[in-house]
Design a protein around this ligand. Structure first.
Ligand code: ADP
Ligand code: MG
Length: 893
């Protein structure tokens, strides 16, 4: 069930015959009507009515009935509390939201208020994809962002939060760039005011972003309320300290604040001040390009087969998440890119240091997510353990660098900053010291049963434990004693209701019920074939054990709570340290990969060049190698100014010759370089790419309900309107989806426009060999072709890009290779020869007008209505003003 489906039919108003507990259920359900309500009853979370029906079907659990409401039986289904996380995970993956309604007191406390009182219950959390923090519900190596979009005065804002790192970001973009900005974040869940769904651009961006979409009441994005909620979330009186946010940004951040308030039921995560991303900070990569280049996901949707998977050598979850984020959002500023490259190079040049650093990082745990759980009150001892691990690793890394540092080779700024964040201040050191001394080695997930505080840390705790354990030992020796005393085969047993007791068969127990033995053996319980007794001594020991156990547990809980509070108060430096570990991991992992893949440092500057020698496609190369073959490296030279190479290269060559691989590998080099990674090539000089476009002709997209060709044209249109003279465009067989002349005409016109109007650096692969003639007609067009040879009647692909156009397409040869029957292939050859003879003169193409694409569009003066319309901002109008404006417009026309 998608989350933006209309909410489930309202639960009936509380029927008069509802029991007090059911009335409590109705009240809770009314507050979260569109979530499944997990209603805690003892050891189970129960679901009722429609929720029960849906959950039973989704989870394959039994649907039963419980009592009646309004004369109807109430459907019910339940999951045991101890197994709830697994069920939750499944429901969340299927797109459900789940509200967890807990018992807020012990049943015994309710009883104190009167025998008819019921346990207080309350919703403690609404579980949604974007607000998860549990390891069992999350992909450790993938980010989990909650995003929100808002549009004001024609500008769009994308706000996002990652609960595990506390990162909050806001980005103001043109409405047209919403899809690219949102897609780069890969949010698990996106919030938008419900009225925005009428805006087609926004709607498309939300669909393409993937993840769940959560409509919000439009009122929640109104400025005043949004600002108030933000202040509440951060506990500040004014937002001025955060910088100057546009109204759209406040609206989007306000939606996030509202959603955190409801889903976390008032528990505040520890968030960093919102960072304002600059529009000019990241390379724009729209969702179609992202998916066509398989940057972080293969077309199948899996991580496997993507660029990210191919280059990822990180050894921590935090590092993996940071690397994913960096590849998703390559930078634009050469200085910032160089800072990252410096860090990679430092590790490339120091293999022993790198190996040691990676060994330390491997054991550094996941502090970011552990801290998030602790601050949200969902953490356990193992999360404290993760802090211990991470902070320890930080110290070790500091020591490692200090000892390895040569006087002339201080680490570059990116690494020096990270190391500084890992050098703990006095408070953090004290916390680490206490965690080391206070916690045992192997920690339990939950604090509930104790057993995690190390011996020696609290003397009173040790005493209580000793008392408990000594008494247990005494109990263990008791069995022999009572057997000797009574001559009956009594066994010492324990359960939660009776505590320790003595048990024997009904028949053997008989003498114990009569004098004189009944003076010593006190009867407690008779079962079908067993009787149970206690003695004064055993009851006494039992009480002592229970008391000591309770005291020990209380002290452990207190210790945990103390650690938790200290961690929360040190959240900021801990978050910084976690980020520093991730950065060290990414830099050293990229260096590791660079060595493996023989990648080199790219030179990134403000030129318009794209000069690459000996480049390889990281994913295809791995596949080719696996099948025991060698990958052929290729050069490529493009220059927007047309000096060091053509601006637009037409790439021809037979099917399977390697055109698509060549195109994509070049686009991927730009992504890698600007993300701050080395590139699989011998050399790359890259003038920063502001926007990257990659399209493949005739990709079916039935899911979005558009015809293949329509799709292709929609995407091509986006390129022609958005590409600039700093962009890199990769077009693979555009125009393939329609009739030959149609397709050729469109491909021709697009190539002309890209060359003359957009002036973008472009690789244009095509099977229309006619396009090779563009070289003669436009200044900065060059031909490239993928070489193939016919050898002994066999077609051999060399996968080698060279200057000049392919002479023929070898379609018939490919057909033969593919196993088309010989008689069909022979006939095809005949037909081809005839056709080629007839089509002797390609004169038609010479008649095309030159530079048609560069013709200026006719200038149309805006009318009075146009001007009046442009002056109106619908978001700023009251309904009354809107009506007035309409009358005014009517008068003008
Ligand atoms: P085209 O787009 O021209 O039809 P592709 O780029 O899809 O060709 O490549 C087809 C196959 O050829 C790839 O799957 C890969 O196995 C192989 N190939 C492509 N480029 C190279 C190369 N540079 N070196 C080795 N094999 C390659
Ligand atoms: Mg191809």
């Amino acid at each position: 069930m998608p989350m933006n489906a209309p909410s489930t039919p309202a639960v009936p108003v509380v029927p008069p015959d509802a029991t007090p507990v059911m009335a409590q259920f109705f009240e809770a359900k009314a507050r979260q009507p569109d979530a499944l309500l997990f209603f805690r009853m003892g050891d189970f979370y129960e679901l009722f009515f429609d929720d029960a029906v849906k959950a039973a079907e989704a989870l394959g659990i039994t649907l039963t009935r419980r009592g009646k409401a309004g004369g109807e039986e109430i459907p019910m289904a339940g999951v045991p509390v101890h197994a709830a996380e697994a069920y939750l995970a499944k429901l969340i993956r299927m797109g459900f939201k789940v509200a967890v309604c807990e018992q807020m007191e012990d049943p015994s406390e309710a009883k104190k208020r009167g025998s008819k009182s019921i346990v207080r219950r309350d919703i403690v959390r609404v579980v949604t994809p974007g607000t998860l923090t549990e390891d069992s519900l999350l992909d450790a190596r993938g980010s989990n962002r909650l995003a929100a979009v808002a549009v004001r005065s024609g500008r769009a804002a994308v706000a996002s939060v990652e609960l595990s790192t506390g990162d909050v970001e806001s980005l103001l973009v043109a409405r047209e760039d919403l899809a690219a900005a949102l897609g780069a974040l890969r949010p698990s869940e996106t919030l938008a005011a419900d009225r925005l769904f009428a805006d087609e651009l926004v709607n498309a961006a939300l669909k393409q972003a993937g993840g769940a979409v959560q409509p919000m009441a439009a009122a929640l994005s109104e400025p005043a309320g949004a600002e108030a909620r933000l202040k509440r979330l951060y506990g500040v009186d004014t937002l001025d300290g955060f910088g100057d946010f546009a109204p759209a940004e406040i609206a989007a951040l306000g939606l996030i604040a509202a959603y955190i308030e409801t889903t976390q039921a008032g528990k505040a995560p520890i968030l960093k001040a919102p960072r304002r991303g600059a529009e000019a900070e990241f390379m724009a990569v729209d969702p179609a390009t992202r998916s066509s280049l398989e940057i972080d996901r293969a077309q199948s949707g899996a991580r496997e087969g993507s660029l990210l998977a191919a280059v990822d050598r990180t050894v921590t979850s935090g590092g993996a998440r940071l690397l994913g984020a960096r590849l998703s959002r390559p930078l634009l500023d050469p200085a910032a890119i160089d800072a990252r490259l410096d860090a990679v190079e430092y590790f490339v040049e120091r293999r022993p240091l790198r190996r040691e650093a990676r060994d330390v990082l491997k054991g550094s745990g996941d502090m970011a997510r552990a801290l998030a759980r602790l601050t949200l009150g969902r953490g356990g001892p193992r999360d404290l353990g993760a802090l211990r691990q991470g902070l320890t690793a930080g110290l070790e890394l500091g020591a490692l660098f200090a000892s390895a540092r040569e006087p002339l080779a201080a680490p570059p700024a990116e690494l020096a900053e990270a190391l500084a964040a890992l050098a703990p201040d006095a408070e953090l050191s004290a916390l680490l010291e206490d965690l080391r001394q206070g916690l045992v080695e192997e920690l339990p997930l939950s604090a509930r049963d104790g057993g995690f505080v190390a011996p020696g840390f609290r003397p009173e705790l040790d005493q209580a434990r000793a008392l408990r354990d000594d008494s247990r030992k005494v109990v263990a020796t008791l069995e022999a004693e009572v057997q000797a005393q009574s001559g009956v085969a009594l066994k010492v047993k324990h359960n939660a209701v009776l505590g320790y007791f003595l048990e024997t068969s009904a028949k053997q127990g008989e003498p114990l019920m009569r004098p004189p033995l009944n003076a010593t053996f006190i009867h407690r319980q008779t079962l079908a074939d067993k009787v149970r007794f206690t003695t004064v001594e055993l009851a006494d020991l039992d009480a002592r054990i229970a008391q000591a156990g309770e005291r020990a547990l209380a002290m452990e809980t207190e210790t945990f709570e103390g650690f938790r509070a200290r961690a929360a108060s040190l959240a900021a430096p801990i978050q910084l340290a976690a980020e520093a570990l991730a950065r060290l991991d990414v830099a050293s992992a990229l260096a590791e990969w660079a060595e493996e893949a023989q990648a080199v440092r790219p030179m990134v500057d403000q030129s318009r060049q794209f000069l690459v020698e000996g480049a390889r496609h990281p994913v295809v190369e791995a596949a080719v190698r696996r099948s025991g073959e060698a990958f052929t490296p290729n050069d490529c030279a493009l220059d927007g100014l047309g000096e060091a190479g053509p601006r637009l290269a037409v790439v021809t060559g037979p099917n399977m010759a390697g055109k698509s691989t060549f195109l994509r590998q070049n686009a991927l080099l730009a992504v890698l370089a600007q993300a701050g990674a080395f590139v699989p090539a011998r050399k790359l000089t890259l003038g920063v790419v502001d926007r990257l476009f990659s399209r493949v002709g005739a990709g079916d997209d039935l899911a979005r309900g558009r015809s293949t060709f329509m799709m292709e044209m929609v995407e091509t249109a986006a390129i022609l309107t958005q590409a600039t003279d700093r962009s890199l465009v990769v077009l693979d067989e555009i125009g393939r989806g329609t009739a030959t002349y149609d397709g050729l005409a469109i491909a021709w016109a697009c190539a002309e426009a890209l060359h003359e109007v957009n002036k973008a650096r472009t690789l244009f692969a095509t099977h229309y060999h006619e396009l090779a003639r563009l070289e003669e007609r436009l200044d900065h067009v060059g031909n490239l072709s993928m070489r193939a040879k016919e050898w002994n009647g066999e077609l051999v692909f060399l996968h080698e890009a060279g200057p000049g156009a392919a002479d023929r397409s070898y379609g018939v040869q490919v057909a033969r290779l593919a196993g088309v029957p010989p008689q069909v292939v022979a006939r095809a050859r005949e037909v081809l020869e005839t056709l080629e003879a007839e089509e002797a003169s390609p004169a038609r193409l010479d008649d095309l007008p030159l530079f048609a694409a560069a013709r200026p569009a006719p200038v149309v003066e805006p009318s009075a209505v146009d001007r009046a319309l442009a002056a109106i901002d619908p978001d700023e109008l009251t309904p009354r003003e809107a009506l007035d404006a309409l009358y005014r417009l009517k008068g003008l026309s």
